[in-house]
Design a protein around this ligand. Sequence first.
Ligand code: ADP
Ligand code: MG
Length: 287
Amino acid sequence: SISLAFLGGIASAARQGIVVKGRNHLEDLAKADTFIFDKTGTLTEGVFRVKDVRAFHMTREELLGIAAHVESYSNHPIAQSLLLEYRRQVDKRRVCRMREMPGYGVTAIFDGERVFVGNKKLMDWQGILCTEVEQSGTVLYVAIGEHYAGYIVIEDSIKEDTKDTFGYLREKCNAVLVMLTGDTQSGSIPVARELEMDYAYVNLMPEDKLELVEDFLSIQDCSERLVCVGDGINDAPILARADVGIAMGAMGSEAAIEAADVILLEDDLRRIVDAIKIAKETLKVVE
Ligand code: ADP
Ligand code: MG
């Protein structure tokens, strides 16, 4: 049976918008010392601004329009951001056979032509010739048919609450802080530097994320606990595998929320600090 102390802990977490799915998660949180974060939508806002657009055979607005249409069925933060920046209504009747390729991008038929929007890996995989764009930010390459049509450079910003949270985790949990991302070096290294991550791994496919989490788990002491924090479909496996998986609830995908042990109803990382404080206090009462 669950003790009153744990029920109290779970209840006070709930009052702060933190859903804890069981008492053992509070015990694990109190011992957490390794924190693995997804970048996009977790450490960063997940709201990308368009920094630069280059279109080769059309106007920039047209290229942005094609990309927005092709992305219109995706829930990815990149897709949501493009739709926001496009500002105009998309006509979904012009788009069909949309397919998402996690870690690569999306494809759909737009006005009868196959369009690809995604990273350089996607272009290479489709055999589309394009030169790598050297700019800070995340570069989305657009191809129509077999032809490279242009690129869109987008940039995300670090969440305000990230630094406060990291200060506490370093000081009070003596934490190792790790960033995992499917984004490229140019989109990720500036974020990792600014946050002074202990480790940062970029260009990861969902299965690579899981492998890295396994590596971190394998070097753990039995008194230590590993926490993973994420928001995307591609984070679900690591949230399930971690000692404690924490999902961003407000903007997070259903798969991440399902797989997690703890859900933050607001996407505010400081709630992690609150959850750990509650966990530590609860354990003090029990012991
Ligand atoms: P993260 O691990 O940082 O949350 P993802 O694994 O979701 O990132 O995405 C990795 C990369 O795959 C993105 O940086 C982007 O280049 C590409 N990508 C994924 N989804 C999309 C999309 N809907 N549109 C364009 N590119 C995408
Ligand atoms: Mg993410």
